[in-house]
Write a new protein. Structure first.
Lengths: 221, 247
């Protein structure tokens, strides 16, 4: 069993390859999480605009990208767009797909957060002369983020896991590297190793999240 | 009332959908005057105050504050609002900032003061409301009365030409009301022009120049406190005064 799934010689051989993959997964996360957050913030702020010309397209956008499977979106960008003469490369495709997909999710979370901030907060801020944007930036968003922090973190966890989709478009992230190592060694050890690395990478986040969730349950109760 | 008006609202109508909330209200407030507004719940007092700084856009009418046409789309409303301080029933302090942070935010972001400058002004404002020693406290660490005084400091730090108070003591425990009224009285003595919606009749008698009684979106009657409280002309006013004095 050990020989098959956790072969020491193969671990030694595959380790540098996986390490490069881990590094790329972290880098990719460091790019797509802020990108998704930025997109989500813009969507959430736009959700406050009541004008029908903003409202309906925004709703369609968010619904569309939440319903569209990110893997399909990614493959479409990577394999479909070149037919229209648009070559974005693996990284570009992943960045855009995540911006569209996770941005829509972050947007919905932040919108709920913004709605949880009492209207009196903005009114007080506007009464002192702060502009609409300043009010959102300094008063509403900080409170909104605090109110939905567990949901934001939980979504971030999903996003980091989803970076493994990058393997489909030959992004050399953790899963892709593990598959490479596996095909070189004809042994599943690199995949098992990758699973362990994913777990070690995400487990602290999961722990932190459940502590946050317990805390917010306690303050609510 | 011969001196020049700071607030001049004319023919204010406000509709919320099909509901006609303000039905042609005229309100003129002279410099240094304290106008007290009373009236039953739902009579439109808050809406009227909110029309003065355009938190609510009137459906028709005109509002001029300190010579600025508040309803002109060309008016820089954010700048104009700095001349009109507002204090809310529920304080509305920013919970994620300290008292000093609450008071200095607009000074820095709207009035363009440096942090040092803003903090000096902010501390002076907190001192005026008797809370110099609470500058680093967050709202959650303050009593309701202290929170409302910080809210007053936040408004006066911008050196407004007029202060609007919307039931500033209604959310307070009775024993905390006095400290807020005390601050309002000293503000009055410093010559601040004030429009106060409140049911604190004792304060009105002692400090108001004029009492305005509103009902159903209209000003029914107005006059000196003694006139309105002791000898109201209108039946509706009499009924309302009788009602609140029984409490
Ligand atoms: N944003 C709003 N939308 C709809 N109706 C409102 C709104 N604000 C106030 N109203 C209505 O306008 C009327 C006057 O309210 P308000 O000005 O708050 O009265 P008051 O301060 O005298 O109690 C009430 O009937 C209230 O329900
Ligand atoms: Mg009211």
């Amino acid at each position: 069993m050990i020989e098959t799934f956790l072969n020491p010689a193969i671990i030694a051989a595959a380790w540098p390859i996986l390490l490069a993959g881990l590094w790329n997964t972290i880098l990719l996360s460091l790019v797509v999480v802020p990108l998704g957050l930025a997109g989500g913030t813009v969507l959430a702020l736009l959700a406050g605009v009541r004008h029908p010309l903003v409202r309906w397209p925004l709703m369609a956008w968010v619904d569309f990208f939440r319903a569209f499977p990110p893997l399909v979106l990614l493959i479409f960008l990577y394999a479909g767009l070149p037919f229209a003469g648009i070559e974005l490369g693996g990284f570009g495709c992943v960045a855009i797909a995540f911006f569209l997909n996770t941005g829509a999710y972050y947007g919905e979370i932040l919108r709920a957060g913004i709605e949880s901030v009492p209207a009196g907060q903005s009114e007080a801020a506007r009464s002192t002369g702060l502009s609409r944007l300043q009010t959102e930036l300094y008063i509403v968003l900080p409170q909104a983020v605090r109110n939905v922090l567990p949901d934001l973190m939980s979504n971030t966890l999903e996003v980091v896991k989803l970076t493994s989709l990058g393997s489909v478009v030959a992004m050399p992230e953790l899963l892709f590297q593990a598959r490479q190592a596996q095909s070189l060694t004809y042994n599943p050890t690199p995949i098992v190793l990758a699973a362990i690395v994913y777990f070690l990478l995400l487990w602290p986040l999961v722990r932190l999240l459940s502590r946050l969730e317990n805390r917010s349950l306690a303050t609510r109760g | 009332m011969s001196s020049k008006p700071i607030v001049e609202a004319r023919g204010i109508h406000k509709h919320f959908g099909a509901v006609h909330v303000l039905k042609g209200v005229d309100l003129r407030v002279a410099e240094r005057e304290l106008v007290f507004i009373i009236g039953p719940s739902g009579s439109g007092k808050s809406t009227l105050l909110r029309c003065l700084n355009r938190l609510e856009a009137p459906s028709s009418g005109s509002v001029v504050v300190d010579g600025i046409d508040m309803l002109d789309p060309k008016t820089d409303i954010n700048h104009a609002r700095q001349r009109i301080g507002m204090v809310f029933q529920s304080f509305n302090l920013y919970p994620h900032m300290t008292a000093l942070g609450n008071v200095t935010l607009a000074l820095r972001k709207v009035a363009g003061k440096s942090r040092t400058e803003a903090e000096a002004i902010g501390r002076a404002a907190l001192d005026r409301v008797g809370l110099a020693d609470r500058a680093e406290h967050t709202p959650g660490q303050l009593s309701g009365g202290q929170q409302q005084r910080v809210a007053i400091a936040r408004a006066i730090a911008l050196e407004p030409r007029v202060m609007l108070f919307d039931e500033p003591t209604s959310a307070l425990d009775p024993e905390l009301v006095g400290s807020v009224l005390e601050v309002m009285r000293s503000l009055r003595e410093s010559g601040m022009t004030m429009v106060v919606v409140s049911h604190e009749m004792g304060f009105a008698r002692a400090a108001a120049d004029r009492v305005v009684f509103m009902d159903h979106g209209q000003i029914v009657e107005q006059g000196a406190p003694a006139e309105i409280f002791e000898a109201p002309k209108e039946e509706r006013t009499r009924a309302f005064i009788g009602q609140i004095q029984r409490h």
